[in-house]
Design a protein around this ligand. Sequence first.
Ligand code: ZN
Length: 266
Amino acid sequence: MEKEEKLAVDELMKFRKKGSSTCIECGAKAKEKRIELDFCKTCAINFDGRVRMLNEASNIEALDKYFSKVVNTINSKESYDNEAKEKVIQYFNEIYNERKSKFLEYEESKKKEGVLYDVKGNRGRSLEVYANKIVIKTAVTVGSIISGNMTDGKKTIYYKDVIGLQYKPCTTTVGFIGYLQLETASPMMNNDKSNFFNENTFTFDNTTVSNELMEEIEHYIDEQLNKIKSPLISSADEIRKFKGLLDDQIITQEEFDEKKKKLLNL
Ligand SMILES: [Zn+2]
């Protein structure tokens, strides 16, 4: 190639890289623009997908994961010059920071309300865990309509009313869906076809919350239940002992009643 000719090609390449006619990611013909950079249709869709991924992250963990994925992707593209790289990463960084501060703000406000855990499940459900109760919220979604579980509402379950705790992690054998259920003595008002759909159940899959976090939550609730239940059990045992003493006429009915009242904190 003649020197002059090569120079012309270099100029052209420079133009094509910075210019308006080729996609910055793949070099195909550019038809769209994102943040003043040229993209072909496919790469523009990819770009929008990255934006969506960040905007739709359901928690900080997911947001962090997606953001580093986006940065790695952009950094690995040789077609970007440093200026373009900086521009794109800066753009995503702003979305990331805004989302993150919103999550942190939300967490802070939840903490003030006494919420210890706040997780999103599937079928429009979310779970808030407090020291003395849980709240399962249900919003109507496409999923909840399909499952016939369209109650838009809020179910509060106090640990003191709980008679059983069921937990199943999210695994492939149950169609990727896990659940946490607090059984109460009162009849379940909602659709109770199965464990997955009744109103005392929080269902989740690993796109919304990790098994690790759910196990931590289950463990926490179990601990709270034990704290509430064990003194009752030991009181009941005590009362039984005194009932034996009463039956054997070692203590009087009056003395027994007094003991019982004391043990039950009445
Ligand atoms: Zn492209």
